[in-house]
Design a protein around this ligand. Structure first.
Ligand SMILES: *[C@@H]1O[C@H](CO)[C@@H](O)[C@H](O)[C@H]1NC(C)=O
Ligand SMILES: *[C@@H]1O[C@H](CO)[C@@H](O)[C@H](O)[C@H]1NC(C)=O
Ligand SMILES: *[C@@H]1O[C@H](CO)[C@@H](O)[C@H](O)[C@H]1NC(C)=O
Length: 228
């Protein structure tokens, strides 16, 4: 009987370790399920972007350049990192509504064109506080009016897409103030949607392993019962 007990103990230990590795294998990618976006909303935002390169508190700094950048008429290869304030009006001292954080680089060899990669984080009101929209777009700066693609978002703007209509308001040396009109399409509020459905990437992956651990325990009990 003692040998049987040891044997059943080993069987329990083995099955438990099996269930452990099974749970680990099953955890990393959850099942794909059908998903419908549901009713969408359109949010329009209007503010001013301040890109300050000179002075004692620049908000845009050069972080890299290519060997040929200085001799290029379009500064091809120059890369800037930005943390530019977004304000309600064109006056830099008007109410701060958010910041544009990211980079832009000179990506045109024959005409001045930037590649803009940035996240706009909003802080201007409670509703949008901490939510972001992601912009990845070409920026032909010599054109007074231009358009940028909104490719995603977080918080209130989860699943966002849309565009920004941009127009240079003023240019003093290299320092620019640009008017931004954003048209953002997104499902209801991302935050509301996140509460009612489990949002992608945050789904409860532990439930699956709990079920498999539970059924393994039943299996182990049956084996232990038979062995006794
Ligand atoms: C390019 O010009 C800047 C400023 O005029 C200078 O600081 C930098 O060293 C130059 N870079 C190269 C690679 O020549
Ligand atoms: C935004 O959130 C921060 C903290 O997360 C808080 O300090 C701030 O007061 C909030 N602002 C608004 C306008 O709700
Ligand atoms: C933004 O929208 C306002 C109001 O509709 C309009 O007067 C302005 O010209 C627009 N600006 C841009 C850059 O599209």
């Amino acid at each position: 009987m003692g040998a049987m007990k040891i044997f059943s103990f080993l069987a329990v230990a083995m099955v438990l370790s099996m269930s452990h590795s099974q749970a680990q294998e099953g955890n990393w990618g959850d099942e794909s399920v059908p998903y419908t976006m549901g009713p969408e909303k359109m949010t329009k935002l209007r503010f001013y972007f301040h890109d300050i390169i000179t002075g004692k508190n620049p908000t845009a700094v050069q972080i890299a350049q290519a060997t040929g950048t200085n001799s290029s008429a379009t500064m091809f290869g120059a890369l800037m990192m930005i943390d530019d304030p977004l304000t309600e009006g064109p006056d830099p001292n008007s109410r701060l509504v958010g910041r544009a954080q990211g980079f832009y680089g000179s990506a045109g060899q024959n005409e001045l064109a930037l590649i803009l990669g940035m996240s706009l984080v909003f802080t201007g009101n409670e509703k949008f506080n901490g939510s972001t929209i992601s912009v990845l777009s070409r920026n032909p700066v010599m054109k007074t009016e231009r358009e940028f693609a909104i490719v995603g978002g977080t918080g209130y703007f989860q699943f966002a897409r849309g565009y920004i209509s941009a127009k240079t308001y003023s240019l003093v040396g290299p320092n620019a103030v640009v008017e931004y009109n954003c048209t953002i399409v997104h499902p209801r509020s991302g935050l509301e949607a996140g509460k009612s459905n489990s949002s992608p990437g945050k789904s409860d992956s532990s439930s699956g392993s709990q079920i498999s651990l539970g059924s393994n325990l039943v299996f182990v009990s049956i084996i232990a019962f038979i062995l006794q």
